[in-house]
Design a protein around this ligand. Structure first.
Ligand code: AMP
Ligand code: GLY
Length: 419
């Protein structure tokens, strides 16, 4: 098969790495890809949102399957667009990708179907939102309705911070149209976990749970990022809680989407909080997580292409998906300054010294034949081991061989799982 993967991050590198293991895969293209992906796939200079160019390229190259990585093109209907051109595409259509694209949609869906989530109200009017906010307890969570590159959520520790966030979203429109509506939500306490599932209508095949580290600094300090590191499995969280989340949140949500005439086909990512009252939904994403994919896919023993093809034929329920017992830890190395502004084009060295880990590139490019930084999150080092402890030690030891100016990473990835 000839496959085109759309995206340019560590997630897409991990997807391509997993697809490449399939004996059925003949050739992989990636639009636009990055410096590391270029080692496994033929990168083509087409951007994720150039739907017409992607369709033309896929048809001209007789691509059998297009796999979409990121959220933006999914929300904007890339799947519908490519399908209308007769292409086979893996990912949710726009009417299902809305589960990530609109927080108001998802909160209303969860409320309608009695699926556990934080209490909330949504607003289109700034004055009303502001009046409601003043009556709430602190901390409180303010969320822009639409996509905001992971920055549209503010957990406010004071009323002033909450009011500022609300003003920035609704009045200053720092996230543009994404701030036309807001959700004001109860603050939940507990541990977070991510459960990604292969979903085909009502069929849900959960992947092993993972945990991300969103804040930029050790000890969960500093601003939120796209994700600084992940690990899987969550050996310190009882399986009964993970099962409860699957039964009370993920399966009912997939069924609700079918009932709403919006069947979800693709990877459904549930961001969950394990509260004293049990797991509750924080958010849904309509795609693999980044860097969740970088710890989950290396544990997948079943052929990823078989899973995708089964889901596309409505045969996912027949498939027995196998996972390795090994633990995986991914540590992300970021550019100096990230998640604020950062330089690009700095040389990266030491990759050829890495022996016992997978390096998934996130923001790298080839310049005159050598590898340079080209994004905020530059790369993620994933190591596998018999335990989280072993995988973690290996990931850090291998990361230590890699260098670029300003490189920084968290030193406490997966530390919670060591107790
Ligand atoms: P999201 O973009 O919805 O994943 O939110 C980003 C982060 O904000 C989450 O990973 C949580 O750490 C935090 N967060 C979101 N909603 C809540 C909530 N209701 N209570 C506590 N923390 C939250
Ligand atoms: N790592 C979080 C996300 O992909 O949204």
């Amino acid at each position: 098969m000839r496959i085109l993967v759309v995206g340019r991050g560590g997630r897409e590198h991990a997807i391509i790495w997993a697809l490449k293991k399939s004996p059925q895969v003949k050739h992989i293209f990636c639009a636009p890809g990055n410096g590391g992906i270029a080692e496994l796939a033929e990168c083509v200079p087409i951007e994720e949102k150039q739907f017409d160019e992607i369709a033309d390229f896929a048809k001209k190259q007789a691509v059998d399957l297009v796999v979409i990585g990121p959220d933006d093109p999914l929300s904007e209907g890339i799947v519908d667009h490519l399908e209308a051109q007769g292409l086979k595409v893996y990912g949710p259509r726009a009417n299902a990708a809305i589960i990530e694209g609109s927080k108001v949609f998802t909160k209303n869906l969860l409320k309608k179907y009695n699926i556990p989530t934080a209490a909330y109200e949504s607003f289109e009017n700034y004055e009303e939102a502001s009046a409601y906010l003043r009556k709430q307890q602190i901390p409180i969570v303010i969320k822009a309705d639409g996509l905001a590159a992971g920055k549209g959520v503010v957990v406010a520790q004071s009323l002033e911070e909450a009011e500022n966030a609300l003003r920035e979203i609704m009045v200053d429109k720092v996230f543009g149209e994404s701030g036309n509506k807001v959700v004001i939500e109860e603050f939940l306490t507990g541990q977070e976990m991510s459960i990604l599932s292969f979903v085909d209508g009502e069929t849900v095949k959960p992947m092993p749970a993972a945990q991300d580290h969103k804040q930029v600094f050790d000890g969960d300090k500093g601003p939120n990022t796209g994700g600084m590191g992940t690990y899987s499995p969550l050996s310190h969280i009882p399986q009964s809680i993970i099962d409860e989340a699957i039964e009370t949140i993920i399966k009912p949500t997939a069924a609700a989407m079918v009932n709403e005439g919006r069947p979800f086909r693709g990877v459904l990512f549930a961001g969950l909080m394990i509260t004293p009252q049990g797991p509750k939904t924080i958010e849904f994403n309509a795609r693999f997580g980044d860097p969740e994919a970088q710890v989950v896919l290396p544990r997948l023993e079943t052929d990823l292409l078989d899973i995708i093809l089964a889901a596309m034929d409505g045969r996912l329920s027949e498939l027995d998906i196998r996972w390795s017992d090994q633990a995986a830890v991914c540590v992300v190395a970021a550019s100096g300054g990230y998640p604020a502004s950062y330089p690009k084009g700095l040389p990266i060295s030491g990759l050829d010294q890495v022996r016992e880990a997978l390096v998934f590139h996130a923001g790298t490019a080839k310049k005159d034949g050598s590898l340079v930084t080209n994004g905020g999150r530059v790369l993620g080092v994933t190591a596998l081991g018999a335990s989280i402890k072993e995988a973690r030690e290996k990931a850090y030891a291998e990361l230590d061989r890699i260098r670029f100016d300003g490189m920084h990473y968290r030193t406490d990835i997966a530390k919670k799982a060591l107790v």
